[in-house]
Structures are given as structure tokens and as C-alpha cells.
Design a binder for this molecule. Sequence first.
Ligand code: PAD
Ligand code: ZN
Ligand code: ZN
Length: 375
Amino acid sequence: MSTAGKVIKCKAAVLRELNKPFSIEEVEVAPPRANEVRVKMVAAGICRSDDHVVNGSLPTPLPVILGHEAAGVVESVGAGVTTVKPGDKVIPLFVPQCRQCTVCKHPEGNFCLKNHLKTQRGTLEDGTSRFTCRGKTIHHFLGTSTFSQYTVLEEMALARVDPAAPLDKVCLIGCGFSTGYGSAVKVAKVTPGSTCVVFGLGGVGLSVVMGCKAAGAARIIGVDINKDKFAKAREVGATECLSPQDSARPVHEVVAEMCDGGVDFSFEVIGRMDTMMSALMCCHEAFGVSVIVGVAPGSQSLPLHPGLLLGGRTLKGAIFGGFKSRDSVPRLVAEFMAKKYALDPLITHVLPFEKINEGFDLLREGKSIRTVLTF
Ligand code: PAD
Ligand code: ZN
Ligand code: ZN
């Protein structure tokens, strides 16, 4: 029997308080309104940005259904939806692409003005939620809320992908892979023969390493305090790995010395002020480009002396690897299907959705790269 037009009762992981486990609860998911789509989730990755909400460094209204890196199948569509239909395989986009705002119309910009990152209202665009639990409203997160068996998204926040794509792998294209890979190939525009350093070798950092390699970098130095990450980093393309704790000297000095005064491209993929400064200072003062990928706690600022940039350094940042999401995600999936890059090295654990708390513990303990939850 069709569920279209009806409220669906299903399980979701609800975060009710900061620093507490998720509770798996029965929620009601209302049908999609105009220009919205209801999606049955198939697989969802756990990204550090979700954990930033749990630990309070990324504020968003509670109670909330988190999750933003996923893949699923369209269950039903609201009025006016033309680009997807029931049964389509889709990837949710935490940065939408409305194709009408000044950013979407700009040839390079990808931070669509309809994004939910800046407002964090915890609703869809019309200011309301499609989730309730025992009669009370549950908030959305980034317009995606993928830690639920069903979710409702705006049409502009969905990419239709190859029907043959394995959703338990390509879900990573919804955040971690694209963010890292794009930061190297699109944002930094890494050049053949160049030297690169990547601070933080989690799922996003390793994807930066893959992007640097694909762009033809000659040296890719991975930096992490957890040496257990080094083997995987080498597997995906790092030529050297080091821990800041192995030297009495600041790590930026060590890296700069290794690379003739400074690297061509550096990436901060952790979300800390000190490592953002290290990444900036170890890129060459005359031509280095440093890219901020990590999401820093909202209350902190960089102690940035302007002199650090006067010689010609560039400091930049990007969301979602600088990719225009709806245009790029189907192409990135096609490239995965054509074996241009692999996602398997990033997936260290697969767990049933109900074990979401175990998945977050693995991340916090530094034992996982990406855990994929299956529904
Ligand atoms: P992760 O926790 O899997 O990886 C972070 C890595 O950094 C781990 O391997 C840590 O051991 C390492 N690390 C921690 N502290 C230090 C330190 N002081 N020095 C060196 N290494 C350290 O996270 P992730 O890969 O899922 O995400 C990384 C960051 O990127 C995080 O801040 C997340 O919020 C952000 C992100 N940004 C975007 C975007 O669009 N800009 C998208 C997705 C994630
Ligand atoms: Zn993410
Ligand atoms: Zn837009």
C-alpha cells in the first residue's frame, strides 16, 4: 500500500541533550509539502560535524535528528517537484543548490544562500518541521536529518544519482569524500609535482590526500596525533606521515624545513585554531595556499597577524569542497562507478542504524575512519 500523502511512523535517532547518547525513538514524518521530497534512508555515514553538535561546538536547536552524509530512495514528492520521482536513488545535500541565488549564479561559488548552516533554525525553508515525536516537534539539521528511516528534504537539496550506484558506499559523497577531494582539486587547485600537507587524517583528511594524489602532487605529508591513521594515509597516497608530538619543535617548522621553506598547499582538516595556524605557517610565505576545511567551534577566532599574508600567502576555506552540490554529486558518483577513485578505504565499519551510539564511540576513540549505518 502506498505511503504517499500519509504520515509515516518510523525509527529515528533523536538527540535530546548535549553530550548524551542518541535515543532511538518512534517519530512521525509528515508528507512532503510543495517542493519537498520524502526519502527512505538506505545508508548514512557518521561525520565529525555531527559530533560537533553533540559536544556543543556547533549549536543547533534541540531535540534534533542529526545526520548529513547519506543516500536513500525517494518515497514520495510534494507538489511542483520535477527533478526526482518515487524510486529514484538520491544523495541529500547539506549545501543545497537553488540555482537562482547570486551564489548559485556565480561560476565559482557553491555556498548557496538557501543553506541551513548559517541560520541553524532547525526547520525546513518554510520555517516548520516535518518531524514530531509523541506530539512534540523535533528539529531538522542542515535540511538533511539523515539519522532517520525517513526524512523530508527540499528538492534543491537532493541529487539524483546512477540507479546502479551502491548506496552503502556513495553515501560518503554526501559529505566526507566530496569535501576532502574537492578541497584539493577544486578549492586549492593542487598542481602536478607540488608539495602538500594535510593536518588531520580522518575521513575528510584522507579524502584530501586522495585529491592531492589525483591532482599529481609529488609529496603529500600527513599530520595526525593518532599514528594509527598513518597506514591508511599511506595506502591512499600520503608519501610521508608525522605526529606533532614526535618533535620538540613546532610542527610547522618541521614541515617547512622538509619542503624547502614551505609547502605549496596545506589543509587543516581537524577544526582547531592551533592547527589552522600551523597549516598556514608551513605553506610557503610567498606562494603557499592554505585551505581551512575543519569546522571550528563558533566562539573562537584565529590570532592572525596580517604580516603572515603580506608576502603572498593565500588563506581560504570552503564548504563541501567548493563543489556546486546538485551539479557535482551525480558526476562524482559516475566517476566512482568508473573507478576513478575508491571509497572502500574510508569505510572501516558498517553497523545497523540502531547501533549509532557505538558508531559515534568508535569515532571519538579514534578507531574508525567512516562508520556507515545501514537501515
Ligand atoms: P575525524 O575526527 O575523523 O578526523 C580528524 C583527525 O584529526 C583525527 O584523525 C584526529 O586524530 C586528528 N587530530 C585531532 N587533533 C589533532 C591535532 N591537534 N593535531 C593533529 N591531528 C589531530 O573528522 P572528519 O575527518 O570527519 O572531519 C574533520 C573536520 O572537517 C571536522 O572539523 C569536521 O567538522 C570538518 C568538516 N568540514 C566540512 C566542510 O564542508 N568544510 C565537511 C565535513 C567535515
Ligand atoms: Zn560532514
Ligand atoms: Zn542558491
